[in-house]
Design a protein. Structure first.
Length: 394
């Protein structure tokens, strides 16, 4: 019995202190996980106390004695504070530096936002389709600066425009003359509302001064209003009751020709376009227009005005692209009743006139007459005169 009590005795308390170098401590570290956790906690607390002492010394809190010797309670408080400071330092994300070069590389407008580039498409049947060919071409300003890429219309686009124009003939020509005049006047109102935008586009396209561009836009509005007043008056000018030798009434009544192809003047981006399109549609015709090849952007902006006004879809169809490619297709098209070659180079007109003769369509050529003060001549050029005989007394 005495021999059994002679050996080293283990403590009945699991957390009792023991010599770190004794076999008991080694056995406890290897056999008791909770003891290992306790030792780890003790070591962590010791490091925290040291860190807390450094923080206290650095902040100047307490005297020199308190910085050298800290009570167990004080050490716990300081250690907790040190742990919080350490965790806060470790978990607070660093604020990234803003790169000035990266910010300045982003394209912005004067307002600090990225501008929306405008896509210039065709205007056919009241919609804005892309060219079926998928082609486009660069449009440069008067100073050589690239302004945009415009859709390059193809022969298929021209045929689609003729189909749309033919589909709109009945509705547009069947409207009362007074109603057509009101619709055209509405277009003038919308152009007035976009006067600033049109002026800017004319400055870019034609190289005019701002004041000259504003005068051009004013002339465009005045000319459109002038033609808007004619629909209910042209019948009195071009028609009438004819005196005949017999018991009959005889009337001459003007009627629209139908679908008219128009090649707009190449040198004028907007005024020339309006001067050749307004007289065509004022009398009840529908139009397929080839815009200026080098300055087409104001024409597409005008199409946006037409699309948001009361003009039915298909009454005006605007194509952009190569005049040499589109004009022959329209001149030889059998469903086109007339063609205006004002914007065609005089050297190329003879060939187009021969192509138009194949379908016996009307051909109108008027050099630079569009720039003069408007007259009824252009309206009368695309009217058919129907003569009606009716017996008296029936």
């Amino acid at each position: 019995m005495a021999d059994k009590k002679a050996g080293p005795k283990k403590s009945g308390v699991r957390g009792a202190p023991a010599d770190a170098g004794s076999p008991v401590a080694a056995e406890r570290a290897s056999d008791d996980p909770s003891s290992a956790s306790a030792d780890l906690a003790t070591a962590t607390t010791t490091r925290a106390v040291a860190a807390g002492s450094e923080v206290t010394a650095a902040r100047g809190e307490g005297g020199g004695a308190s910085s050298k010797s800290v009570s167990s309670t004080g050490a716990g408080v300081v250690g907790s504070g040190a742990r919080r400071a350490t965790l806060a330092t470790a978990t607070t994300p660093a604020t990234p530096a803003t790169s000035a070069s990266a910010t300045s590389a982003t394209p912005t407008t004067s307002g600090g936002r990225v501008g929306v580039r405008k896509t210039y498409k065709l205007y056919v049947g009241g919609g804005f389709p892309r060219s079926e060919s998928g082609r486009s071409y660069p449009v440069h300003g008067a100073d050589g600066r690239l302004l945009a890429y415009a859709a390059m219309g193809s022969r298929k686009d021209a045929r689609d425009a003729v189909v749309a124009a033919r589909g709109a003939v009945r509705k547009w020509s069947g409207a009362t003359a007074y109603n057509r005049g009101q619709v055209l006047y509405r277009v003038a109102e919308l152009i007035e509302g976009r006067a600033g935008q049109f002026a800017e586009e004319i400055v870019n396209a034609e190289g005019l001064s701002r004041a000259a561009a504003e005068r051009t836009v004013a002339a465009v509005i005045d000319r459109w209003v002038w033609y808007a007043g004619w629909p209910d008056k042209v019948a009195q000018v071009a028609g009438g009751a004819n005196a005949v030798a017999g018991p009959y009434f005889n009337f001459s009544v003007p009627e629209p020709t139908g679908v008219v192809a128009v090649v707009a003047p190449a040198g004028s981006s907007l005024l020339g376009l309006v001067s050749v399109v307004a007289p065509v549609i004022a009398t009840g015709n529908t139009a397929v227009v080839v815009a200026s090849e080098e300055r087409p952007l104001p024409a597409i902006t005008l199409s946006e005005v037409l699309a948001t006004s009361d003009v039915p879809g298909g009454v005006v169809n605007i194509l952009t692209g190569r005049t040499a490619e589109l004009a022959p297709v329209l001149a030889s098209h059998f469903d086109v009743n007339a063609i205006d070659l004002t914007g065609v180079d005089p050297a190329a007109r003879a060939e187009l006139e021969r192509a138009a003769a194949g379908s016996v369509k009307r051909v109108f050529c008027a050099e630079d007459e569009w720039a003069a003060a408007p007259t009824p001549r252009r309206m009368l050029a695309f009217l058919e005169i129907k003569t009606v005989w009716h017996p008296v007394g029936i």
